[in-house]
Design a protein around this ligand. Sequence first.
Ligand code: BG6
Length: 296
Amino acid sequence: EITKGINGLEKVILRETHGSSVEVYLYGAHVTSWKNEHNEEMLFVSSKAIFKPPKPIRGGIPICFPQFSNLGLLEAHGFARNRLWTIEADPPPFPSNVNDRVFVDLLLKPTEEDMKIWPHSFEYRLRITLGPGGDLMLISRIRNTNADAKPFTFTFAYHTYFSVSDISEVRVEGLETLDYLDNTKNRERYTEQGDAITFESEIDKIYLSTPTKIAVLDHEKKRTFVIRKEGLPDAVVWNPWDKKAKTMADFGDEEYKQMLCVEAAAIEKPVTLKPGEEWKVRLELSAVPSSYFSGQ
Ligand code: BG6
């Protein structure tokens, strides 16, 4: 189903027979809502989010490509999140079986203007798909379509904003004892201590060589988000906390209490694609009652 969203921007709504749903804006191929079968929202979107190009939408799942953060010369987090994507009716076949899933396929190709700021031809195909259990999967395929022999290199993140009831009651499992780069300290490298990660101040860390499964436990809601990822070795954990929140025009002063970003990413080792080569990665999110999760 395609409908008009905020400010007339087009969005696609996927509904799964058991009642879960997903909303995706073509602007940024940006998932702005993921609801379970009880109509509960799993993603955070700021009440101050600006749905107006070229401003990226604050919340949901922005796609950071071809640059994570300000690691290169492009605008922060690259330009995929503030371009208009198109729906692809008949994409090249995906190997994965999607028989029992609803999905939409989106496509981004650079315009001539884009090629002036990043001189590479590519096709970025994103399949967004909802499974019968309400799990949300994002499969990205990025192909180098340069006509000359030029390879290109990029960094990437699925910048997922989870909705949580109270950040001080949340912990993240799967990142303990790992090395990370601290974005608040010139990306110096540190090693995380042995305990699950909890939150009491600003955090902006790039965890390196992370496991394929990470869990975000929301104690108050008794809900656990399970993040499964393929081909994405790094994981960014971000919460701006109070001081930084006040500097962000599209983010409420107190909203940091209700969100946590855990972003499946490829940052430390940038990806290089030769012409004709394709990079394929996937993110799978599920939300389960905490009692279902081992160790709870
Ligand atoms: C995170 C970065 O991924 O995104 C942070 O690690 C950054 O440093 C945050 O502040 C938000 O970025 P933006 O461009 O959406 O305000």
